[in-house]
Design a protein around this ligand. Structure first.
Ligand code: SF4
Length: 480
Protein backbone atom coordinates (compact mmCIF):
# COMPACT_ATOMS: atom_id res chain seq x y z
CA UNK A 1 0.00 0.00 0.00
CA UNK A 2 1.10 3.51 -0.53
CA UNK A 3 1.94 5.75 2.35
CA UNK A 4 3.70 9.05 2.54
CA UNK A 5 7.37 8.47 3.18
CA UNK A 6 9.11 11.72 3.89
CA UNK A 7 6.21 13.90 4.93
CA UNK A 8 6.89 15.71 1.75
CA UNK A 9 4.70 18.68 1.00
CA UNK A 10 3.27 18.02 -2.43
CA UNK A 11 3.12 21.68 -3.25
CA UNK A 12 5.11 24.10 -5.26
CA UNK A 13 7.57 26.48 -3.76
CA UNK A 14 6.93 30.17 -4.09
CA UNK A 15 8.96 33.10 -2.90
CA UNK A 16 7.20 35.01 -0.18
CA UNK A 17 10.00 37.36 0.59
CA UNK A 18 12.25 38.72 -2.08
CA UNK A 19 13.17 42.07 -0.67
CA UNK A 20 9.56 43.13 -0.40
CA UNK A 21 6.59 42.12 1.71
CA UNK A 22 4.42 41.22 -1.25
CA UNK A 23 3.97 37.57 -2.13
CA UNK A 24 5.58 36.81 -5.44
CA UNK A 25 5.96 33.81 -7.69
CA UNK A 26 3.60 31.53 -9.51
CA UNK A 27 0.79 31.91 -7.00
CA UNK A 28 0.72 35.64 -6.58
CA UNK A 29 -2.66 37.15 -7.12
CA UNK A 30 -4.38 33.80 -6.94
CA UNK A 31 -6.80 33.25 -4.12
CA UNK A 32 -5.38 30.48 -1.98
CA UNK A 33 -7.63 27.97 -0.28
CA UNK A 34 -7.97 28.95 3.35
CA UNK A 35 -8.10 26.28 5.99
CA UNK A 36 -11.23 25.87 8.02
CA UNK A 37 -11.04 25.95 11.78
CA UNK A 38 -11.73 22.61 13.34
CA UNK A 39 -10.21 21.39 16.57
CA UNK A 40 -8.43 18.07 16.57
CA UNK A 41 -8.44 15.82 19.56
CA UNK A 42 -4.81 14.74 19.71
CA UNK A 43 -2.40 16.89 21.75
CA UNK A 44 1.20 16.18 22.62
CA UNK A 45 1.14 13.66 25.45
CA UNK A 46 4.45 12.31 26.77
CA UNK A 47 2.69 9.19 28.12
CA UNK A 48 0.98 8.32 24.83
CA UNK A 49 2.53 5.83 22.46
CA UNK A 50 1.13 4.43 19.24
CA UNK A 51 2.29 1.33 17.41
CA UNK A 52 3.27 1.00 13.76
CA UNK A 53 3.50 -2.56 12.36
CA UNK A 54 5.13 -3.18 9.01
CA UNK A 55 4.12 -6.22 6.97
CA UNK A 56 6.68 -6.28 4.13
CA UNK A 57 5.01 -8.55 1.59
CA UNK A 58 3.01 -7.65 -1.54
CA UNK A 59 1.39 -9.80 -4.21
CA UNK A 60 3.10 -7.68 -6.90
CA UNK A 61 5.54 -4.81 -6.99
CA UNK A 62 4.25 -1.46 -8.26
CA UNK A 63 6.66 0.35 -10.59
CA UNK A 64 6.76 3.56 -8.52
CA UNK A 65 7.16 2.01 -5.08
CA UNK A 66 10.29 2.33 -2.97
CA UNK A 67 8.84 1.11 0.30
CA UNK A 68 10.38 -1.79 2.11
CA UNK A 69 8.43 -4.52 0.36
CA UNK A 70 9.06 -7.85 -1.26
CA UNK A 71 7.04 -10.41 -3.18
CA UNK A 72 4.90 -12.73 -1.10
CA UNK A 73 5.63 -16.07 -2.72
CA UNK A 74 5.40 -19.64 -1.46
CA UNK A 75 8.76 -19.40 0.29
CA UNK A 76 7.42 -16.89 2.84
CA UNK A 77 7.05 -18.48 6.26
CA UNK A 78 3.96 -16.63 7.48
CA UNK A 79 3.84 -18.36 10.86
CA UNK A 80 7.48 -17.45 11.55
CA UNK A 81 6.82 -13.83 10.59
CA UNK A 82 3.77 -13.75 12.85
CA UNK A 83 5.74 -15.13 15.81
CA UNK A 84 8.55 -12.64 15.25
CA UNK A 85 6.22 -9.62 15.14
CA UNK A 86 4.59 -10.66 18.40
CA UNK A 87 8.01 -11.23 19.98
CA UNK A 88 9.26 -7.83 18.84
CA UNK A 89 6.18 -6.03 20.14
CA UNK A 90 6.59 -7.69 23.54
CA UNK A 91 10.28 -6.70 23.66
CA UNK A 92 9.57 -3.11 22.66
CA UNK A 93 6.87 -2.76 25.30
CA UNK A 94 9.32 -4.08 27.90
CA UNK A 95 11.89 -1.56 26.60
CA UNK A 96 9.65 1.49 27.17
CA UNK A 97 8.62 0.20 30.60
CA UNK A 98 5.22 0.22 32.29
CA UNK A 99 2.73 3.05 32.53
CA UNK A 100 2.57 4.27 28.95
CA UNK A 101 -0.81 4.73 27.25
CA UNK A 102 -1.35 2.95 23.93
CA UNK A 103 -3.22 5.41 21.73
CA UNK A 104 -3.55 3.73 18.30
CA UNK A 105 -2.23 0.94 16.12
CA UNK A 106 -1.46 1.06 12.41
CA UNK A 107 -0.75 -1.91 10.15
CA UNK A 108 1.12 -0.73 7.05
CA UNK A 109 3.43 -2.25 4.54
CA UNK A 110 3.77 -3.80 2.05
CA UNK A 111 0.28 -5.16 1.93
CA UNK A 112 -0.83 -6.06 5.45
CA UNK A 113 -4.18 -7.37 4.17
CA UNK A 114 -2.09 -10.36 2.94
CA UNK A 115 -1.21 -11.15 6.57
CA UNK A 116 -3.39 -13.59 8.49
CA UNK A 117 -6.04 -11.86 10.64
CA UNK A 118 -4.65 -13.98 13.49
CA UNK A 119 -1.59 -11.71 13.46
CA UNK A 120 -3.77 -8.74 14.40
CA UNK A 121 -5.42 -10.78 17.13
CA UNK A 122 -2.09 -11.90 18.61
CA UNK A 123 -0.61 -8.41 18.53
CA UNK A 124 -3.66 -6.87 20.20
CA UNK A 125 -3.52 -9.64 22.79
CA UNK A 126 0.09 -8.61 23.53
CA UNK A 127 -0.97 -4.98 23.84
CA UNK A 128 -3.76 -5.95 26.25
CA UNK A 129 -1.29 -7.86 28.40
CA UNK A 130 0.69 -4.59 28.65
CA UNK A 131 -2.35 -2.38 29.15
CA UNK A 132 -5.38 -4.35 30.39
CA UNK A 133 -7.73 -1.38 30.00
CA UNK A 134 -6.96 -0.90 26.31
CA UNK A 135 -10.08 0.92 24.96
CA UNK A 136 -12.22 -1.45 22.90
CA UNK A 137 -12.93 1.18 20.23
CA UNK A 138 -9.30 2.26 19.90
CA UNK A 139 -8.25 3.15 16.37
CA UNK A 140 -6.63 0.07 14.81
CA UNK A 141 -6.08 0.78 11.12
CA UNK A 142 -5.08 -1.75 8.49
CA UNK A 143 -4.19 -0.95 4.88
CA UNK A 144 -6.21 -3.01 2.41
CA UNK A 145 -5.58 -3.71 -1.25
CA UNK A 146 -8.89 -3.26 -3.16
CA UNK A 147 -8.22 -6.42 -5.18
CA UNK A 148 -8.69 -8.40 -1.97
CA UNK A 149 -11.78 -6.55 -0.78
CA UNK A 150 -14.31 -6.68 -3.60
CA UNK A 151 -17.13 -9.20 -3.97
CA UNK A 152 -18.34 -11.61 -1.32
CA UNK A 153 -14.81 -12.93 -0.73
CA UNK A 154 -13.63 -9.39 -0.06
CA UNK A 155 -16.47 -8.78 2.37
CA UNK A 156 -15.50 -11.92 4.29
CA UNK A 157 -11.87 -10.85 4.44
CA UNK A 158 -12.82 -7.44 5.84
CA UNK A 159 -15.11 -9.09 8.38
CA UNK A 160 -12.39 -11.47 9.51
CA UNK A 161 -9.98 -8.57 10.13
CA UNK A 162 -12.75 -6.70 11.99
CA UNK A 163 -13.32 -9.79 14.15
CA UNK A 164 -9.58 -9.87 14.88
CA UNK A 165 -9.68 -6.29 16.17
CA UNK A 166 -9.19 -3.94 13.21
CA UNK A 167 -11.49 -0.91 13.61
CA UNK A 168 -10.50 1.19 10.59
CA UNK A 169 -9.65 0.43 6.96
CA UNK A 170 -7.38 2.35 4.65
CA UNK A 171 -8.05 1.44 1.03
CA UNK A 172 -5.32 1.95 -1.57
CA UNK A 173 -7.52 2.88 -4.54
CA UNK A 174 -5.05 5.44 -6.02
CA UNK A 175 -7.26 6.26 -9.04
CA UNK A 176 -10.58 5.31 -10.60
CA UNK A 177 -9.16 5.74 -14.09
CA UNK A 178 -8.59 2.34 -15.80
CA UNK A 179 -5.68 3.60 -17.94
CA UNK A 180 -3.87 5.16 -14.98
CA UNK A 181 -4.49 2.08 -12.84
CA UNK A 182 -2.67 0.03 -15.48
CA UNK A 183 0.18 2.53 -15.72
CA UNK A 184 0.57 2.38 -11.95
CA UNK A 185 0.74 -1.41 -12.14
CA UNK A 186 -2.30 -1.85 -9.92
CA UNK A 187 -4.20 -5.09 -10.24
CA UNK A 188 -7.74 -3.85 -9.57
CA UNK A 189 -10.29 -2.23 -11.87
CA UNK A 190 -12.31 0.94 -11.08
CA UNK A 191 -15.42 -1.23 -10.58
CA UNK A 192 -13.58 -3.46 -8.12
CA UNK A 193 -12.33 -0.40 -6.26
CA UNK A 194 -15.88 0.93 -5.89
CA UNK A 195 -17.15 -2.46 -4.76
CA UNK A 196 -14.27 -2.77 -2.26
CA UNK A 197 -15.12 0.69 -0.95
CA UNK A 198 -18.73 -0.30 -0.46
CA UNK A 199 -17.71 -3.48 1.37
CA UNK A 200 -15.29 -1.59 3.59
CA UNK A 201 -17.96 0.99 4.46
CA UNK A 202 -20.36 -1.81 5.37
CA UNK A 203 -17.82 -3.38 7.76
CA UNK A 204 -16.20 -0.20 9.14
CA UNK A 205 -18.90 2.48 8.83
CA UNK A 206 -17.44 5.96 9.35
CA UNK A 207 -13.95 4.50 9.58
CA UNK A 208 -12.76 4.02 6.02
CA UNK A 209 -9.98 6.07 4.48
CA UNK A 210 -9.47 6.31 0.73
CA UNK A 211 -6.01 6.83 -0.80
CA UNK A 212 -5.74 8.74 -4.06
CA UNK A 213 -2.60 9.53 -6.02
CA UNK A 214 -1.97 12.58 -8.19
CA UNK A 215 0.67 13.83 -10.63
CA UNK A 216 0.92 10.35 -12.12
CA UNK A 217 2.21 9.71 -15.68
CA UNK A 218 0.03 11.33 -18.38
CA UNK A 219 -2.59 12.32 -15.78
CA UNK A 220 -4.35 15.52 -16.79
CA UNK A 221 -6.13 17.97 -14.50
CA UNK A 222 -9.38 16.74 -16.06
CA UNK A 223 -8.53 13.12 -15.15
CA UNK A 224 -7.79 14.26 -11.62
CA UNK A 225 -11.06 16.15 -11.39
CA UNK A 226 -12.93 12.99 -12.38
CA UNK A 227 -11.10 11.03 -9.67
CA UNK A 228 -12.03 13.68 -7.12
CA UNK A 229 -15.69 13.67 -8.17
CA UNK A 230 -15.87 9.89 -7.78
CA UNK A 231 -14.06 10.12 -4.46
CA UNK A 232 -16.51 12.62 -2.95
CA UNK A 233 -19.42 10.60 -4.27
CA UNK A 234 -18.23 7.30 -2.77
CA UNK A 235 -15.74 8.00 0.02
CA UNK A 236 -16.66 7.33 3.60
CA UNK A 237 -15.08 9.75 6.10
CA UNK A 238 -11.40 10.19 5.25
CA UNK A 239 -9.37 10.88 2.09
CA UNK A 240 -5.57 10.91 1.85
CA UNK A 241 -3.83 12.35 -1.19
CA UNK A 242 -0.39 11.30 -2.36
CA UNK A 243 1.84 13.11 -4.76
CA UNK A 244 3.66 10.57 -6.91
CA UNK A 245 7.37 11.20 -6.50
CA UNK A 246 10.17 9.45 -8.32
CA UNK A 247 12.22 7.27 -6.01
CA UNK A 248 15.62 5.90 -6.91
CA UNK A 249 15.64 2.19 -7.59
CA UNK A 250 12.08 2.07 -8.94
CA UNK A 251 11.10 1.20 -12.48
CA UNK A 252 9.47 4.65 -12.88
CA UNK A 253 12.74 6.33 -11.87
CA UNK A 254 14.72 4.38 -14.47
CA UNK A 255 12.19 5.04 -17.21
CA UNK A 256 12.02 8.73 -16.35
CA UNK A 257 15.81 9.12 -16.40
CA UNK A 258 15.84 7.54 -19.88
CA UNK A 259 13.22 10.05 -21.00
CA UNK A 260 10.63 7.30 -21.41
CA UNK A 261 8.20 8.50 -18.74
CA UNK A 262 6.63 11.95 -18.54
CA UNK A 263 5.15 13.28 -15.32
CA UNK A 264 3.22 16.46 -14.52
CA UNK A 265 5.65 19.14 -13.34
CA UNK A 266 5.65 20.75 -9.88
CA UNK A 267 3.35 23.59 -10.95
CA UNK A 268 0.85 21.14 -12.42
CA UNK A 269 1.05 19.01 -9.27
CA UNK A 270 0.47 22.18 -7.21
CA UNK A 271 -2.60 22.95 -9.32
CA UNK A 272 -3.88 19.42 -8.71
CA UNK A 273 -3.55 19.77 -4.96
CA UNK A 274 -5.26 23.14 -5.00
CA UNK A 275 -8.08 21.71 -7.09
CA UNK A 276 -8.46 18.87 -4.60
CA UNK A 277 -8.58 21.31 -1.71
CA UNK A 278 -11.25 23.44 -3.42
CA UNK A 279 -13.30 20.46 -4.57
CA UNK A 280 -13.28 18.65 -1.25
CA UNK A 281 -13.77 21.63 1.04
CA UNK A 282 -16.62 23.09 -1.01
CA UNK A 283 -18.42 19.80 -1.60
CA UNK A 284 -22.11 19.81 -0.68
CA UNK A 285 -23.76 18.40 1.29
CA UNK A 286 -20.58 16.98 2.85
CA UNK A 287 -17.68 19.47 2.87
CA UNK A 288 -14.36 17.86 3.75
CA UNK A 289 -12.15 19.44 6.38
CA UNK A 290 -8.50 19.77 5.29
CA UNK A 291 -6.86 19.02 8.61
CA UNK A 292 -3.39 18.40 7.20
CA UNK A 293 -1.64 19.32 3.96
CA UNK A 294 -2.85 16.23 2.10
CA UNK A 295 -5.46 14.75 4.44
CA UNK A 296 -9.18 15.50 4.47
CA UNK A 297 -11.84 14.22 6.82
CA UNK A 298 -15.44 14.53 7.80
CA UNK A 299 -15.78 16.25 11.21
CA UNK A 300 -14.28 14.10 14.00
CA UNK A 301 -13.00 11.50 11.55
CA UNK A 302 -9.36 12.54 11.38
CA UNK A 303 -6.81 9.75 11.64
CA UNK A 304 -5.90 9.59 15.32
CA UNK A 305 -2.76 7.65 14.50
CA UNK A 306 -1.41 10.28 12.13
CA UNK A 307 -2.43 13.08 14.48
CA UNK A 308 -0.24 11.36 17.06
CA UNK A 309 2.75 11.57 14.69
CA UNK A 310 2.06 15.22 13.95
CA UNK A 311 1.64 16.04 17.64
CA UNK A 312 5.13 14.68 18.31
CA UNK A 313 3.96 11.67 20.32
CA UNK A 314 6.03 8.50 20.54
CA UNK A 315 5.46 5.47 18.34
CA UNK A 316 6.89 1.99 18.41
CA UNK A 317 8.19 0.46 15.19
CA UNK A 318 7.55 -3.23 14.67
CA UNK A 319 8.67 -5.13 11.57
CA UNK A 320 11.37 -4.86 8.89
CA UNK A 321 12.46 -1.31 8.08
CA UNK A 322 9.93 0.34 10.40
CA UNK A 323 10.85 3.71 11.95
CA UNK A 324 9.93 4.73 15.49
CA UNK A 325 10.33 7.43 18.15
CA UNK A 326 10.77 6.39 21.76
CA UNK A 327 11.23 8.57 24.83
CA UNK A 328 12.90 6.87 27.75
CA UNK A 329 12.74 8.14 31.33
CA UNK A 330 15.73 9.66 33.13
CA UNK A 331 18.44 7.28 34.38
CA UNK A 332 20.07 7.62 37.81
CA UNK A 333 23.39 9.44 37.30
CA UNK A 334 26.35 7.32 38.41
CA UNK A 335 27.70 8.11 41.90
CA UNK A 336 25.13 10.82 42.69
CA UNK A 337 21.52 11.12 43.77
CA UNK A 338 20.76 13.08 40.65
CA UNK A 339 19.11 11.67 37.55
CA UNK A 340 19.80 12.36 33.91
CA UNK A 341 17.11 13.94 31.74
CA UNK A 342 14.53 12.47 29.39
CA UNK A 343 16.04 10.97 26.25
CA UNK A 344 14.23 10.51 22.93
CA UNK A 345 15.46 8.07 20.35
CA UNK A 346 14.85 7.71 16.62
CA UNK A 347 14.75 3.99 15.93
CA UNK A 348 15.04 2.04 12.68
CA UNK A 349 14.46 -1.69 12.39
CA UNK A 350 16.58 -3.94 10.17
CA UNK A 351 15.44 -3.33 6.61
CA UNK A 352 16.13 -6.79 5.26
CA UNK A 353 13.40 -9.20 6.35
CA UNK A 354 15.82 -12.17 6.85
CA UNK A 355 18.13 -9.99 8.98
CA UNK A 356 15.20 -8.61 10.94
CA UNK A 357 13.86 -12.12 11.59
CA UNK A 358 17.25 -13.35 12.74
CA UNK A 359 17.73 -10.35 15.02
CA UNK A 360 14.30 -10.78 16.63
CA UNK A 361 14.83 -14.50 17.11
CA UNK A 362 18.22 -14.04 18.76
CA UNK A 363 17.74 -10.89 20.83
CA UNK A 364 14.02 -10.12 20.86
CA UNK A 365 14.18 -6.95 18.79
CA UNK A 366 15.18 -6.24 15.20
CA UNK A 367 16.40 -2.71 15.93
CA UNK A 368 19.19 -1.69 13.59
CA UNK A 369 19.74 1.88 14.80
CA UNK A 370 18.69 3.73 17.91
CA UNK A 371 19.97 7.31 17.89
CA UNK A 372 19.34 9.82 20.61
CA UNK A 373 17.83 12.97 19.14
CA UNK A 374 19.58 16.24 19.94
CA UNK A 375 17.33 19.01 21.31
CA UNK A 376 17.65 20.88 17.99
CA UNK A 377 16.69 17.75 16.01
CA UNK A 378 13.77 17.16 18.31
CA UNK A 379 12.40 20.71 18.17
CA UNK A 380 12.89 20.92 14.42
CA UNK A 381 10.97 17.67 14.03
CA UNK A 382 8.20 18.94 16.32
CA UNK A 383 7.79 22.06 14.18
CA UNK A 384 8.02 20.18 10.88
CA UNK A 385 5.34 17.72 11.86
CA UNK A 386 2.93 20.03 13.68
CA UNK A 387 2.93 22.81 11.09
CA UNK A 388 1.63 20.40 8.45
CA UNK A 389 -1.67 20.38 10.33
CA UNK A 390 -4.45 22.92 10.40
CA UNK A 391 -4.00 23.29 14.10
CA UNK A 392 -0.28 24.00 13.82
CA UNK A 393 1.90 23.93 16.89
CA UNK A 394 0.03 24.94 20.03
CA UNK A 395 1.69 27.01 22.72
CA UNK A 396 0.87 24.26 25.20
CA UNK A 397 2.56 21.57 23.11
CA UNK A 398 5.62 23.74 22.38
CA UNK A 399 6.03 24.56 26.08
CA UNK A 400 5.69 20.87 27.00
CA UNK A 401 8.37 19.81 24.48
CA UNK A 402 10.62 22.65 25.61
CA UNK A 403 10.29 21.81 29.30
CA UNK A 404 11.57 18.27 28.57
CA UNK A 405 14.55 19.68 26.68
CA UNK A 406 15.51 22.85 28.55
CA UNK A 407 18.06 21.12 30.79
CA UNK A 408 19.95 19.94 27.66
CA UNK A 409 20.63 23.53 26.58
CA UNK A 410 22.42 26.45 28.11
CA UNK A 411 20.51 29.01 25.99
CA UNK A 412 16.79 29.47 26.68
CA UNK A 413 14.50 27.85 24.10
CA UNK A 414 12.61 30.63 22.26
CA UNK A 415 8.88 31.00 22.66
CA UNK A 416 6.85 30.66 19.47
CA UNK A 417 6.45 34.44 19.39
CA UNK A 418 10.20 34.99 19.68
CA UNK A 419 10.81 32.41 17.00
CA UNK A 420 8.62 34.25 14.51
CA UNK A 421 9.03 37.89 15.32
CA UNK A 422 11.92 39.01 17.42
CA UNK A 423 11.75 42.73 16.73
CA UNK A 424 15.12 43.77 18.07
CA UNK A 425 17.03 46.04 15.74
CA UNK A 426 19.81 43.49 15.31
CA UNK A 427 17.44 40.64 14.59
CA UNK A 428 15.50 42.59 11.97
CA UNK A 429 18.62 42.86 9.87
CA UNK A 430 18.57 39.10 9.37
CA UNK A 431 16.81 37.75 6.31
CA UNK A 432 15.17 34.99 8.38
CA UNK A 433 13.42 37.51 10.62
CA UNK A 434 12.43 39.64 7.66
CA UNK A 435 10.93 36.68 5.84
CA UNK A 436 8.94 35.46 8.84
CA UNK A 437 7.75 38.96 9.61
CA UNK A 438 6.54 39.31 6.02
CA UNK A 439 4.77 35.96 6.26
CA UNK A 440 2.99 37.15 9.40
CA UNK A 441 2.07 40.52 7.91
CA UNK A 442 0.72 38.87 4.77
CA UNK A 443 -1.37 36.33 6.66
CA UNK A 444 0.65 33.36 5.40
CA UNK A 445 1.13 32.36 9.03
CA UNK A 446 -0.93 33.07 12.12
CA UNK A 447 0.43 33.58 15.60
CA UNK A 448 -1.76 34.04 18.67
CA UNK A 449 -2.01 32.90 22.26
CA UNK A 450 -3.09 29.43 21.14
CA UNK A 451 -0.02 28.89 18.96
CA UNK A 452 1.45 29.15 15.48
CA UNK A 453 -0.01 27.84 12.24
CA UNK A 454 0.59 28.06 8.51
CA UNK A 455 -2.52 29.33 6.75
CA UNK A 456 -1.24 29.49 3.18
CA UNK A 457 -0.19 25.91 2.80
CA UNK A 458 1.31 26.38 -0.66
CA UNK A 459 4.11 28.25 1.14
CA UNK A 460 4.65 25.61 3.80
CA UNK A 461 8.01 24.33 2.55
CA UNK A 462 9.50 27.78 2.35
CA UNK A 463 8.12 28.97 5.68
CA UNK A 464 9.33 25.78 7.29
CA UNK A 465 12.87 26.12 6.03
CA UNK A 466 13.12 29.67 7.41
CA UNK A 467 11.63 28.67 10.76
CA UNK A 468 14.02 25.75 11.13
CA UNK A 469 16.96 27.95 10.23
CA UNK A 470 15.89 30.56 12.75
CA UNK A 471 15.44 27.96 15.48
CA UNK A 472 18.91 26.63 14.80
CA UNK A 473 20.38 30.14 14.87
CA UNK A 474 18.73 30.90 18.21
CA UNK A 475 19.80 27.65 19.82
CA UNK A 476 23.26 27.25 18.34
CA UNK A 477 25.00 29.42 20.90
CA UNK A 478 23.51 27.43 23.74
CA UNK A 479 24.18 23.81 22.75
CA UNK A 480 25.82 21.67 25.34
S1 SF4 B 1 1.11 -2.60 -3.05
FE1 SF4 B 1 2.48 -1.56 -4.49
S2 SF4 B 1 2.64 0.53 -3.63
FE2 SF4 B 1 1.84 -0.75 -1.98
S3 SF4 B 1 3.70 -1.39 -0.86
FE3 SF4 B 1 3.23 -3.02 -2.38
S4 SF4 B 1 4.48 -2.51 -4.13
FE4 SF4 B 1 4.38 -0.68 -2.85
Amino acid sequence: MLRTTAWQTPIRRAALWAGSTTPTGADSGRKQPQLQLAPTAVEYDPAAVSVYMHWPYCSRICPYCAFNRTLMDKSVDVARMQRAMVTELGAQLAHIGPGRKISSVYFGGGTPSLAPPGLVKDLLHTLRAYQPDLPSGMEVTLEFNPIQCHGSGGLELLQSFAAAGVTRASLGVQTFNPVHLKTLGRDHTPEQALDALQNARAVFPGRVSLDLMFATPTQTIRDWEEDLQLAVAHADAHISLYHLTLEKGTSFFTRHSRGALALPNDDQAGDMLELASRTLSSHQPRPWHRYEVANFAQPSHESQHNLGYWAGNDYLAIGPGAHGRVTLPPLPAAGTNATSTWRRFATVQQRSTPHWLQSVETRGRGTHREEQQTPVDRLQEVLTMALRTRRGITTRAWDAHCSQLSSHLSAPIPTLAALVCDESEKSLQHSTTQFLRAALDNGAIELDLDGLRVVQLHLLDEIMSWLLLRLEQLLSSGRR
